[in-house]
Design a binder for this molecule. Structure first.
Ligand code: SF4
Ligand code: SF4
Length: 584
């Protein structure tokens, strides 16, 4: 019989329940224990305890721990694999006779389902191929009692002990102790300097890249209450100045989506004049802005403009091939998918096949053959599907992203089924609240044929959350801003090669004056639109030098505390982001 920690832990009550007695698995496996290592503080402690127990009971048969870790690709500001490796290395140094291996799997939680849904296939594969159906332990703890949760402003997590381990509590040895006990054991075993700094609990609810804990999610609050500390993320932040870049490759687009900033919704959906110049970045421009020594330092590049579809850019394929050659970089392209021929999409798919495993093309398809063109005007559904199939067949990873409206929400199920049949890796519902409020359920525009169209809001369950329209947002006066670009160490470069601190400020400037606010103009004049920031007129690679300056954000931070500027409230104010989608 093997008793994890029986002699190595103090005699806390949880030890007496015998949950970690693995003799019952003797029939099921031979020599390996599996551990779901999330890089959180529970599973890291569990790894330590298992290794300690195995090394102190040398007569038993088990000599290896197989760790399993799902990598959330939407979080690039720190490497969770790097964290896991550091935890394993620290434990290995203490117990060198124990073999500890790590298997990783990439996923991206872009829909509303629980994490378990996205990682299930890989978890099953790990069970079958690595563990051969042996036990896979996980490190979740019991949540605090209701009074403590209320005092900490934390909701009750009903599924805390859900998933496979929840059904077999013996696989979750900490399920009847709280994080306070875990924190005590970290201190008791002197793990606060050796393991704790590598643990990460924050889930960055509703946000993408971050280099700091959010301080507000359930897991941040729980950790802080127990340890008196948040995640120590800065310690291992390897690229402090610039992690990711979003490019607006071109101002060109074949479509006329009525809510796009390029479109005049009350003038037959014609593009606004400012974007008729059809400016674009060429492959030589990209190589000038991002020479190879800069490429080596980046994590992610997105091709996704405010007023243009990247696929329309003349050199989109060559630019994609240049980026995908650098396998350290995750390339994300966002498109309506209704341009170019199959040959072109096959070439793009081949480039993506050799790229970073998290590289993806997001096809924005808001309906099926009879509905997609109502919002995505001038696109051709059959051409989009043909292009997506060519891209996927050539090895590219594609995502179907769908905005529900009244006219298409009945097709969500069918579209999801079709997406699976075609081979899309994910189907994402992007719930929008751009035009809707409690009293506003339709919005009219004139389409490209000059007809009036009443665009209807979807039912409540498919609406974006939070404050719904501009006047409600203005009244809200949000003081807590989570600056997406500052936190992700990102920048935005427009199709002139001008470096902007984010995409939202230049997007606002395209809008008619009555739809934006004076403070956007002031911000832009002071920081964004000066020609000194045109990367095409500067030395190659100067982007690294320019992105170091923090004066822009330093000034903004003081303005956020007094509810300004509106562009920041609107796009990055907590609880009022424009859609439910997690930002890429
Ligand atoms: S496809 Fe994109 S860039 Fe083109 S009109 Fe629609 S939202 Fe705008
Ligand atoms: S709108 Fe403001 S807060 Fe949001 S990314 Fe831009 S600068 Fe940051």
């Amino acid at each position: 019989m093997i008793v994890i920690g029986a002699d190595s832990l103090p005699a806390e009550s949880w030890m007496k329940t015998g949950r970690w007695r693995f003799s019952r698995y003797k029939k099921e496996f031979t020599d390996t224990i599996g551990l779901s290592l999330s890089s959180g503080s529970d599973s890291a402690l569990l790894l330590y305890l298992i290794a300690k127990s195995l090394s102190e009971y040398p007569t038993h048969d088990i000599h290896a721990i197989e760790c399993w870790h799902a990598v959330d690709l939407s979080v690039t500001a720190y490497s969770s694999v790097e964290r896991c490796n550091k935890i394993i290395s620290a434990v290995n140094k203490m117990f060198p006779s124990i073999s500890i291996n790590l298997t990783t799997f990439d996923y991206q939680k872009r829909g509303n389902k629980e994490k378990a849904y996205y990682i299930k296939p890989a978890r099953e594969k790990f069970y079958d191929e690595i563990l051969e159906r042996g036990p896979l332990l996980t490190g979740g703890t019991k949540q605090y009692d209701d009074d403590t949760l209320i005092s900490l402003d934390m909701e009750i997590l009903s599924d805390r002990t859900g998933g496979p381990a929840g059904k077999r509590p013996e696989l979750m040895p900490f399920s009847d102790i709280t994080k306070l006990i875990i924190a005590n054991w970290y201190k008791r075993y002197n793990l606060m300097d050796i393991i704790f700094p590598y643990t990460v609990s924050c889930t960055r609810t509703g946000h993408g890249d971050m280099s700091m804990p959010c301080y507000e999610c359930w897991w941040c609050k729980e950790k802080h209450h127990a340890f008196g500390l948040y995640d120590q993320m800065k310690d291992t932040s390897k690229k402090p100045e610039l992690n990711n870049i979003t490019f607006e490759l071109s101002e060109k687009c074949n479509a006329a989506c009525p809510l796009c900033v390029r479109t005049q919704p009350h003038n037959n959906s014609k593009p606004i004049e400012k974007v008729c110049a059809k400016r674009e970045l060429l492959i030589e421009d990209i190589k000038h802005i991002l020479p190879k020594h800069v490429m080596k330092t980046l994590d992610k590049i997105s091709l996704c403009g405010n007023v243009g579809d990247p696929i329309a850019a003349k050199d989109c394929l060559q630019i994609s091939e240049y980026i995908t050659m650098h396998t350290n970089i995750r390339l994300i392209i966002e498109t309506n998918g209704s341009m170019r021929n199959e040959k072109w999409w096959t070439s793009l798919g081949k480039a993506f096949a050799k790229s970073h495993p998290g590289s993806k093309v997001y096809f924005h398809i808001d309906g099926l053959e009879d509905t997609n063109h109502i919002y995505r005007q001038l696109t051709n559904y059959n051409m989009i599907i043909r292009n997506a199939k060519a891209f996927i067949s050539a090895g590219g990873t594609a995502v179907w992203e769908f905005i529900p409206f009244a006219h298409n929400e009945h097709q969500l199920e069918e579209a999801e089924r079709l997406s699976k049949e075609i081979g899309f890796s994910e189907f994402v519902i992007r719930k929008s609240n751009r035009k809707w409020s409690k009293n506003t359920r339709t919005w009219s525009f004139t389409n490209t044929k000059g007809e009036t169209v009443n665009l209807g809001a979807p039912t409540e369950k498919n609406l974006g959350s939070g404050v719904k329209n501009k006047s409600e947002r203005k009244e809200t006066k949000i003081k807590t801003i989570r600056c997406q670009y500052k936190e992700s160490k990102g920048v935005f470069i427009n199709c002139d090669g001008v470096l902007h601190r984010c995409c939202y400020i230049p997007a606002d400037l395209y809008k008619p004056k009555n739809e934006t606010t004076e403070d956007t103009y002031l911000l832009a004049a002071e920081f964004d639109l000066t020609n000194t920031m045109n990367l095409l007129t500067l030395e190659s690679g100067d982007i690294l030098r320019l992105s170091k300056s923090n004066s822009f954000f330093d000034q903004l931070e003081s303005e956020w505390k007094s509810c300004g500027p509106y562009v920041c409230q609107k796009n990055c104010g907590l609880k009022i982001s424009g859609s439910d989608r997690i930002k890429q």
